[in-house]
Design a binder for this molecule. Structure first.
Ligand code: DHB
Ligand code: FE
Length: 281
């Protein structure tokens, strides 16, 4: 059976990649959690990363936006977001585990859109860069799960936590074995448009950073309107962290946590956790 070895929540704003590289070069103590999360993950020896992210109009134009789009491909390319394909390596998929997860969760009632092909935008590649730097080849396989957090109606935080629980059950029942990490991306508070452009809410972010570890039920109880009010229209991306959290056990240990303002015009956060009772398959 496969083992879930790590859960990470992390912002995906493109400026986070260079900010983390600069923080590593200058040993910035305020960015410690961001600069160390990659080596922390490496120690958990993952074979595959399930990345919960959102597409920002690069792959799904606004005339066709699936609520939950799930990759089952052999490989994926980085998306052209308007400047040509970025110079990062292609991503190797894990079709066997992907299909197992898809079969399991669809039969549990979570109707995923199954994608044989999926170009992956900065929502996916920024966390990959923060976690793995600039390798010639990524050291893990990937499974992308794209969530619609950009066009109403978007799925609720409650639904995201429940989907994560189903994904966790699916991974733990995978007969092929392997070590799986999950990453929930997006946030923290930010709004890129309209009257509240530049809105940041550190109080809410810090509560979210605590409760994603200790009380996910509470942050799953907030409506989408509450997320938009508290975290900004794009900060509502945070519901994706709940999919990662749902796949983890009820009892987890917090391994590192960090918060910084601003990265570009967003609040950025990171948290890493592992299951309290680790299974060593
Ligand atoms: C930016 C992009 C994002 O996807 C996001 O969540 C926040 C900021 C940006 O381009 O600055
Ligand atoms: Fe985003």
């Amino acid at each position: 059976m496969a083992e879930i070895v790590a859960g990470i929540g992390m912002s995906h704003v493109p400026a986070l990649g260079p900010a983390v590289e600069a923080a590593k070069a200058s040993n910035n103590p305020d960015m410690k959690a961001f600069t160390e999360v990659g080596s922390w993950l490496e120690e958990t020896r993952p074979d595959v990363v399930v990345m919960v992210y959102n597409d920002h109009g690069a792959t799904f134009a606004f005339d066709m936006v699936p609520t939950f789009a799930f990759g089952v491909g052999e490989s994926y390319q980085p998306a052209d977001e308007g400047f040509g394909r970025p110079a990062v390596p292609d991503f190797e998929g894990d079709p066997e585990l992907s299909w197992h997860i898809a079969d399991s969760v669809v039969h549990e009632g979570f109707d995923l859109t199954i994608c044989q092909e999926l170009d992956l935008d900065h929502g996916f590649s920024t966390p990959m860069k923060v976690l793995f730097g600039r390798p010639e080849q990524w050291p893990v396989k990937v499974i992308p799960l794209a969530v619609n957090v950009v066009q109403q109606p978007t799925p609720s935080a409650r639904r995201c936590l429940d989907l994560g629980r189903a994904i966790g059950r699916a991974i733990r029942s995978f007969p092929g074995g392997g070590r799986v990490a999950l990453v929930g991306t997006g946030g923290m508070s930010h709004q890129l448009q309209g009257e509240r452009a530049g809105f940041i809410n550190p109080e809410f972010d810090k509560q979210f950073l605590r409760e994603i570890v200790t009380d996910p039920e509470n942050i799953a109880s907030y409506s989408n309107a509450e997320y938009i009010n508290q975290a900004g229209s794009e900060g509502a991306e945070l519901v994706m962290w709940l999919i990662m959290r749902g796949a983890m056990d009820a009892e987890v240990t917090e391994e590192l946590s960090g918060y910084t303002i601003p990265v570009a015009n967003t609040a950025a956060g990171v948290v890493a956790m592992r299951n309290k009772v680790a299974v060593h398959a």
